[in-house]
Ligand binder design. Structure first.
Ligand SMILES: [Zn+2]
Length: 137
């Protein structure tokens, strides 16, 4: 977290520098009498922006910062993977809950050839007489 703070600080410095330059430009055009002052302000802004960008580059080049970014990327990838897994599991559960129903919700049954009892479509043995409903695989 320390590194991302550094980066934010650097970006802030850079933006502040740009703002100072813009202020200098504004002063330059709106107050021609203080031309020297506004040029000085612009130079000061340039320096602040330069410091900000150097800081930012240093932070980016820092191996610990790179490592942090890499870890963040890995974490995000892992989360994506887990979401995918959960989605698959939900799908599987749903299809289990729909056991014996086709996608229109029609309940499919299997009739026992021995006693005529209606059994769940996925049943292998008859609930009533216990005989095998499907041939052995
Ligand atoms: Zn039966």
């Amino acid at each position: 977290m320390q590194f991302s703070f550094q980066y934010v600080k650097a970006t802030g410095l850079f933006i502040a520098g740009i703002a100072v330059i813009l202020y200098g430009l504004y002063a330059f055009f709106s107050m021609p009498t203080s031309m020297n002052d506004s040029i000085f302000v612009m130079i000061a802004g340039l320096v602040v922006a330069a410091i900000g960008s150097i800081h930012g580059h240093k932070t980016l080049r820092n191996p610990a910062f790179k490592k942090m970014l890499e870890e963040e990327r890995k974490r995000r990838e892992k989360e994506k993977e887990e979401r995918k897994k959960r989605r698959l599991e939900r799908k599987k559960k749903k299809s289990e809950a729909n056991d014996g129903k086709d996608d229109k919700g029609v309940v499919k049954v299997i009739i026992c050839p021995f006693c005529g009892e209606e059994n769940k479509y996925s049943a292998v043995f008859c609930d009533e007489c216990g005989k095998r409903l499907r041939p052995k695989k």
